[in-house]
Design a protein around this ligand. Sequence first.
Ligand code: 13P
Ligand code: SF4
Length: 358
Amino acid sequence: MSGKAAPAWQPPRGLADAELEGRIARLRGDLGEELVILGHHYQSDAVIGQVDLTGDSLKLSQEAARMTRARHIVFCGVRFMAETASILAGSGQSVHLPEPGAGCPMADMAAPDELRTCWRELSERWGDKLLPVTYVNSSAEVKAFCGRRGGAACTSANAKKVLAWALDQGRRVLFLPDRHLGANAALDLGLQPEELCLWRRRPGKLLGAEPRSRVILWDGYCPVHVDFTKGDIKSARSSHPGCVVMVHPECPREVVEAADASGSTEQIIAEAERLPAGSVLVVGTEINLVRRLARQCGDKTVLPLAERRSACPDMARTNLGSLLACLEGLDEGAGLVRVPAGEVEGARQALERMMLLT
Ligand code: 13P
Ligand code: SF4
């Protein structure tokens, strides 16, 4: 959810960053191994400077599942990521999101009641030869829906693997919520465009379905990545001849095809590290990551594909003040993420199937 709920605890006002950092450091020191702070690559430098581990959605899910010694996991990212950590966490561990209003508009595009309507209609048309695969950018309830039906979750790093696993079972696959990640994974696996069709969630209508349809794409998208265009890549190539262009697979197909490579945030970092000194890398993803890469890869030039259209407002919500307030209020439940008990088991099944495949 990207609701704008105000935190019950209040970030301290008027403190300089150095004071906030000092107080965070003292709390981290006091809590020692009882506390782990995770940060997604899209977080600001200030926040990344305070975390124990950074990663893409896959790496952070795997790390969260391994953090058995930590009593508190504080997740600097957005809600679906913290929910995933909470689903994978052991009993006696609590997961906290410093900014309760940090959601993901794409995850909100898959409402559970719309999913039930879609599933009913697809089942009437194709019987039980259907399998749901959900991108982790979705609610716990959507993950549970998929897990209970034998389906799996996936991230941008393993979408192709998970989709191949689902198709290998001889089933049609409903892929949600990101139509672009779903199309990119399916077409990279060698499916023909005619084998894809689209579920329009509003008003609830299947478009382009044929007997040979194998992947049904939900019509969600990321408002940040959907805005990158082929034209952006064309102008990058003409301003920087010989540059390498890499984009996130949440971008539309024509953008991924015009780029040299696509991959998750962790895969983008690996590519930046792999390129020889002197290379120019143009990156189509969230701006905090691109700017950090530009600073860290000093012997290469790293540039944003479209600087003014690259910010994720939800990722930008977390700051030093909200992190400190969350840490100070851990025992009072500041930012505590609660996944409804009835959804935990199904959602965990979907996530564990993904982990086994990865
Ligand atoms: P990654 O898993 O690649 O980090 O992506 C998460 C995300 O939300 C991208 O918009
Ligand atoms: Fe969601 Fe897009 Fe922000 Fe990622 S960048 S958290 S998909 S809105």
